[in-house]
Design a protein around this ligand. Structure first.
Ligand SMILES: Nc1ncnc2c1ncn2[C@@H]1O[C@H](COP(=O)(O)OP(=O)(O)OP(=O)(O)O)[C@@H](O)[C@H]1O
Length: 252
């Protein structure tokens, strides 16, 4: 089956600086966990997949369509839900207003928008706060509202930048259940996270970035098996993660 998104030989950066070089990645249905230390390039990759910034070099394809121009990007944005790390919002909007607005921005058909908005709000367990103003929400609730905005209408590609930041342990478990539901719908979800245990619990595949390159892409079990004998870490997968970072992508 064709991948939902691919980047080939991607070069991406800011100003004069390249932060991603020669990166190839295929995103298929299921949950892909994107790991890597601060500054590795995870957000830059997600922004590129979200068509926020065009690749400096290389090819981005969404649902099989090459995205080479703003015109191409407009055609595929309907298929993309994106939760940035720091998302902008209007404090006076209610939860419902905000998710509706994001549905409208993404072109969710008007006839199905009300149902889609309700469904998204229920998915993140904010139904009892639907008329609350965003300014009155806790950090975790606001994050869940952002997740609802990213999944409304169930786009085929959902990109979540540190979605579990600020969630308490019970909310993180609920978020994992939500990811499993999105997976059952055949959607592709990419989550950037520093929580290696979230990846072990719910991701089908894992990509590890370091210094703007992909140093690992495979199954969570394969990351566990990548652990070297003296690796640091409290869990098997943390030891695998630390090992691939230390190795910098060189074959074992
Ligand atoms: N808007 C920007 N302008 C200039 N440089 C930037 C900008 N955003 C990110 N960078 C730089 O690009 C590199 C990659 O940053 P990026 O945010 O993609 O990493 P990350 O893996 O998401 O990090 P974190 O885990 O801290 O969120 C870093 O060196 C960062 O300083």
């Amino acid at each position: 089956m064709a991948s939902i998104a691919t980047v080939s030989d991607l070069r991406q950066g800011y100003g004069r600086r390249d932060v991603i070089r020669g990166l190839d990645l295929a995103v298929d249905a299921g949950v892909l966990g994107l790991l890597g230390p601060n500054g590795a390039g995870k957000t830059t990759l997600l922004r590129t997949l979200a068509t926020v910034a065009p690749p400096r070099e290389g090819l981005l394809k969404i649902c099989g369509a090459p995205v080479r121009s703003e015109r191409d990007a407009r055609k595929v944005r309907r298929q993309i839900g994106y939760l940035p790390q720091d998302f902008g919002y209007f404090p006076a909007f209610t939860v419902e207003d905000f998710v509706h607005y994001c549905a409208w921005l993404r072109g969710v058909p008007k006839a199905s928008a009300d149902v889609a908005v309700n469904e998204a709000i229920e998915c993140v367990n904010l139904a009892d706060r639907r008329t609350a103003k965003l300014r009155s929400l806790s950090g975790g609730m606001l994050r869940r509202c952002g997740i609802a905005a990213a999944i409304v209408g169930f786009p085929r590609l959902i990109l979540l930048d540190e979605p579990t930041a600020g969630l308490d342990p019970a909310q993180r478990l609920e978020f994992r259940a939500l990811l499993r539901m999105l997976k059952r719908r055949g959607l592709a979800v990419v989550i950037s996270t520093h929580l290696v245990e979230d990846v072990a619990a719910v991701c089908d595949t894992v990509a590890v970035m370091s210094g703007g390159r992909l140093v690992f892409h495979g199954l969570p079990d394969e990351l566990v098996r990548a652990a070297v004998a003296d690796a640091v870490g409290d869990t098997h997968i943390e030891r695998g993660y630390m090992s691939v970072l230390a190795r910098g992508g060189r074959p074992a």
